[in-house]
Unconditional design. Structure first.
Length: 347
């Protein structure tokens, strides 16, 4: 009987201890409740959104064409910088048209990508695909090319130069150099591209109220080709001849074709006593032409800094943080007098 009572007492005490232990231990749900607060501060590889394989996120670069030197350089920079921010990268380019870029976005959605960085050849063509990307939960960063205001809800952020400001600074530079007035022609970038539109509008804002007069303006139909810029300039020289004092070309490689056309015509591309040529981009071609004296100004932009900011923004968002919707990368005014104060570009 005593043995039976002892056994019963031991069982009762054991049950009591188990009950007390359950009451003092953390409830199983507690860590889950506190996890959302800790997630934003977690390293990239521990963030909840990161894919399991390799602890890295997947991002895609959707761009116009690798024949566009600035975009080929941008892709190299994305590949170089991506591991630092916890990303693996893939790229799709519109070599045969906007449908290639759309297909790239659709593939990124199907394969569960975390982010895409987009510089499309056609804003209107890419809109439906961006709608799909946002619905699928991808982070959408516009790279060097912004969406129209009515569609900016389809992107999380924009990283790039202020192309309107670049055109405006070029126009103001011209006004300062020609205080008594002059006549210009414009060789525009790819027709309908965001940069082409804003550089065009910005230049006119920069010369507003001055005696700088427009003679002619034409955009190239393709992805910023040098040969088409040359052909447009040849036509301008035939039509307007000695009346041309200034050429505003939307990109430095296009300015190469402009300069060649001018020199083939028997005139000089020279800031002092020839045709005053302005380009935009700040690539090594522009720098070389500024040093040679054939290009008066290159309005420079940094695609390296654009790629860095894009990756950093996407990483911050995947970790639960917020980023500015618009991220402008500062422009450089590269002239013969200022060129030695800048780092030489490698694209």
């Amino acid at each position: 009987m005593k043995k039976t009572l002892t056994t019963l007492l031991i069982l009762i005490v054991s049950i009591s201890l188990v009950a007390c232990g359950g009451g003092s231990a953390p409830a199983p749900a507690a860590p889950a409740e506190s996890a959302p607060e800790a997630a934003p501060a977690a390293p990239a590889n521990d963030a909840p959104a990161a894919p399991a394989e390799g602890g890295q996120w997947k991002a895609g670069f959707i761009t116009q064409a690798m024949s566009n030197e600035s975009q080929a350089f941008s892709w190299r920079e994305f590949q170089r910088l991506a591991p630092e921010y916890g990303f693996t990268m893939n790229m799709w380019s519109g070599e045969t048209g906007p449908q290639d870029e759309v297909a790239g976005i659709e593939q990124a959605i199907a394969e569960g990508y975390d982010a895409i960085f987009v510089n499309p050849s056609s804003i209107e063509s890419i809109i439906p695909a961006l709608m799909q990307a946002k619905e699928a939960g991808l982070i959408v960063g516009m790279f060097s090319s912004e969406l129209p205001e009515e569609h900016q809800n389809l992107r999380d952020f924009f990283c790039g130069s202020d192309d309107f400001q670049g055109g405006q600074q070029a126009g103001e530079f011209v006004v300062t150099h020609f205080p008594d007035g002059a006549s210009f022609v414009e060789v525009g970038g790819q027709a309908g591209h965001d940069a082409q539109i804003k550089r065009h509008d910005g230049f006119r804002a920069g010369i507003a109220g001055s005696n700088i007069v427009e003679l002619d303006s034409q955009n190239v139909p393709g992805p910023w080709p040098t040969n088409e810029a040359m052909a447009i300039m040849e036509d301008f020289l035939v039509r307007h001849g000695d009346a041309i004092n200034i050429v505003f070309c939307h990109w430095d490689n296009g300015a190469s074709g402009v300069i060649e056309a001018i020199e083939n015509s028997g005139r000089k591309a020279n800031a002092d006593d020839g045709i005053f040529v302005i380009g935009v981009d700040g690539n090594r071609t522009g720098y070389a032409q500024v040093r040679a004296g054939t290009q008066a100004l290159s309005v420079g932009q940094s695609f390296t800094n654009m790629a860095k900011q894009s990756l950093e923004n996407a990483k911050t968002m995947l970790e639960g943080g917020t980023v500015p919707a618009v991220n402008f990368i500062p422009l450089d005014m590269v002239t013969l007098g200022s060129i030695d104060s800048f780092v030489e570009p490698d694209w």
